[in-house]
Write a protein that binds this ligand. Structure first.
Ligand code: ATP
Length: 615
């Protein structure tokens, strides 16, 4: 996307704040006008107040410029106070007060609009990211996403609030002061035009390099956040492998890369002030030379020349700042690149415009010739090949197979975390792609190996997605999940905050909470990924019992690692290298030779002993 399109897109976010932005622009225009007006006062101060008897006092305030020729302070004031000091003093104080007032209100309003639009932009970005498909998340690190939502948005925010307020003020100061410069200086003013191309050229070149270097800096910041995020979340692993030194070095290296990128950006930015200063010094030196002749020839008074020169200085200030503004805006555009890239990413899992709502689950789920690959690189990357499978309502279907066979992938297709690359999945006769995502996912409950809990109360974690649910229902779910007793033992019972990812709970307790959550969701279809890591026997027995309660009256697809589960299953699917190689009930499969036999001996017999003891 080009810079101008990105700019337009950002400005579109400003539209809802027109009511604040427009008055702000007018108020800041007023500030510029009053700022310029105060320069006009320098002529009379110098020629009339400080030297009231000089011949210069007869020279009109604005000597040459026809449009402004009729302007005089005398016309603005009642005749009783027509003495130079009072007029100048009143004008000075009044214009300063008014300018202050406009400045305050204008700055507040433009910041209001800027912060408002950024809040909307951040909301939109978060909403879009939240809805992105699973593929999007596997392609991004958490830190990159966080960095965009926090740092990149922050850059844009700074440009659209503080910088925008200052920018508008300076633009109007520039415009009105330029009018004064031309009015006071006449031909002398046009000398300044010589310098315009130099200013524009240097500002655009510096701006371009600032944008590039800022983008690089933001990327390096994301790198740092990546290291931080991984090592904080995985702190126990870092400790147990004694990797503190290694991780510290990794962090230092990333920090050095950020430092380098930041310095490069600072170098690009710091160039603008000296460049503008030099151009300014040349301009003023040239003006002094020409101005001296003009005064000698009585073409203008020293007071007017001084006012002219101060106006030029004033002009020079916005020009110098424009380079900085340009840098800030370029930084914002650099940062917005990543924001819009995330917003525009094409999702692979889309909802059809006229998708139907799935109302309950009555009959069957069918995988019909399903193929699936995570990458788009062709057949040899296929994780699932020609899967044909029917699951009837009420059935418990166990999926077994060696590690990497595609078991998890198979069940991920059902809630449409991914879509098949070929074939289709049908639920009660509807292709999943014809259904709304919400209605489909409402019918499916999930309990995974890796339990994810929020840093919130036990109550909110069990009732996740159902904020209005009653305490009685929460407790009933907790009881069925055999979690009620341990919850009551927690310091604040159901109101205990369980820490990030539920770290304040044991593994078995976490699992039972997630089972309670699934129980409360009460979806007719259940996807279960049995934990491979075994808990202590008592805990294991509780989890098994809780799962048993959860599976009752539901259609279950379970990735099985336990003998009890495969025994209980209606049918077992054996998945090998992405293909179904056998299917049938346990008693039939053990009689057949092959993978199931091997798996049975390796995986299930092992924990059969354990289950006997626990059971
Ligand atoms: P396990 O029993 O070890 O959990 P599994 O049978 O569940 O294994 P899957 O997790 O479905 O296996 O993985 C099947 C294949 O797909 C593996 O080769 C894995 O490397 C690959 N894979 C899994 N997830 C992704 C992903 N997000 N992106 C790319 N490839 C993936």
């Amino acid at each position: 996307m080009t810079t101008s399109r990105r700019m337009l897109r950002l400005l579109r976010y400003m539209l809802p704040y027109t009511l604040q932005a427009l008055p702000a622009v007018l108020l800041l225009a007023g500030v510029g006008l009053l700022e310029a007006f105060r320069v006009l006062l320098i002529g009379p101060i110098f020629d009339k107040v400080l030297e009231p008897h000089s011949t210069a006092s007869n020279i009109p305030l604005i000597p040459r410029w026809k449009l402004l020729q009729n302007f005089s302070l005398e016309r603005l004031m009642p005749h009783q106070i027509h003495n130079p000091w009072t007029m100048v003093a009143i004008a000075l104080v009044a214009s300063t007060l008014l300018k202050g007032l406009f400045d305050y209100a204008g700055t507040y309003l433009i910041n209001y609009a800027g912060f408002g639009m950024i809040t909307d932009l951040r909301d939109d970005l978060y909403n879009v990211i939240l809805r992105r498909s699973a593929k999007f998340f596997s392609g991004q690190t958490t830190a990159t996403l966080l960095s965009t939502i926090v740092n990149d948005v922050e850059r844009v925010q700074y440009a659209m609030s503080a910088v925008m307020a200052e920018f508008l003020q300076q633009v109007f100061t520039f415009i009105f002061t330029a009018i004064i410069v031309v009015g006071l200086g006449g031909k002398l003013a046009w000398v300044l035009l010589i310098f315009v191309p130099f200013v524009i050229m240097s500002a655009t070149r510096i701006g371009r390099s600032v944008r590039r270097t800022t983008r690089r800096g933001q990327d390096k910041l994301a790198e740092i956040q990546n290291v931080l995020h991984e090592t904080i979340v995985g702190n126990r692993i870092v400790k147990s492998f004694n990797m503190e030194k290694f991780e510290a070095r990794r962090f230092r290296d990333a920090a050095k890369r950020l430092l380098k990128a930041n310095l490069r950006s600072v170098r690009a930015q710091a160039l603008s002030s000296p460049m503008m200063d030099t151009i300014g010094a040349f301009a003023i030196a040239l003006l002094l030379l020409i101005g001296r002749n003009a005064i000698n020839k009585n073409y203008m008074t020293p007071g007017i020349f001084l006012a002219f020169l101060i106006a030029v200085f004033k002009l020079y200030d916005p020009v110098r700042k424009f380079a900085q503004f340009n840098n800030n805006f370029q930084q914002a555009f650099g940062a917005s690149e990543q924001i819009f890239t995330f917003m525009d990413a094409q999702d692979d899992v889309l909802e059809e415009p006229h998708a139907k709502a799935l109302k309950g689950f009555r009959d069957h789920i069918a995988f019909e010739g399903v193929n699936f690959a995570y990458s788009e690189e062709g057949e040899h990357c296929e994780v699932l090949k020609n899967i044909n499978l029917e699951v009837r309502v009420g059935e418990v279907l166990a999926i077994v197979g060696p590690s990497g066979a595609g078991k998890s992938t198979l069940v991920r297709l059902l809630p449409r975390f991914f879509d098949p690359t070929a074939g289709r999945i049908v639920i009660d006769g509807h292709d999943l792609r014809e259904l709304t995502l919400t209605s489909l996912r409402t019918q499916i409950g999930t309990v995974t190996q890796e339990v994810f809990l929020f840093n919130d109360t036990v109550r909110s974690n069990i009732g996740y997605g159902q904020p209005e649910i009653s305490q009685a229902k929460i407790e009933a779910a907790a009881k069925a999940a055999l979690a009620h007793d341990f919850i009551l033992r927690l310091p604040e019972g159901y109101n205990t905050v369980i820490g990030e990812r539920g770290y304040r709970l044991s593994g078995g307790e976490r699992q039972r909470l997630s089972i309670a959550r699934a129980l409360l969701k009460d979806a007719p279809i259940l996807i279960l990924d049995e934990a491979t890591s075994s808990l202590d026997m008592e805990s294991e027995a509780l989890v098994q019992q809780a799962l048993q309660n959860l599976m009752e009256h539901r259609t279950v697809l379970v990735i099985a690692h336990r003998l009890s589960t495969v025994r209980r299953a209606t049918r077992i699917v054996v998945l090998e290298a992405g293909e179904i190689t056998d299917i049938g009930p346990h008693d039939e499969l053990v009689k057949r030779t092959g993978t199931y036999q091997r798996l049975y001996n390796l995986q299930f017999v092992d924990n059969a002993e354990q289950e006997k003891v626990a059971g």
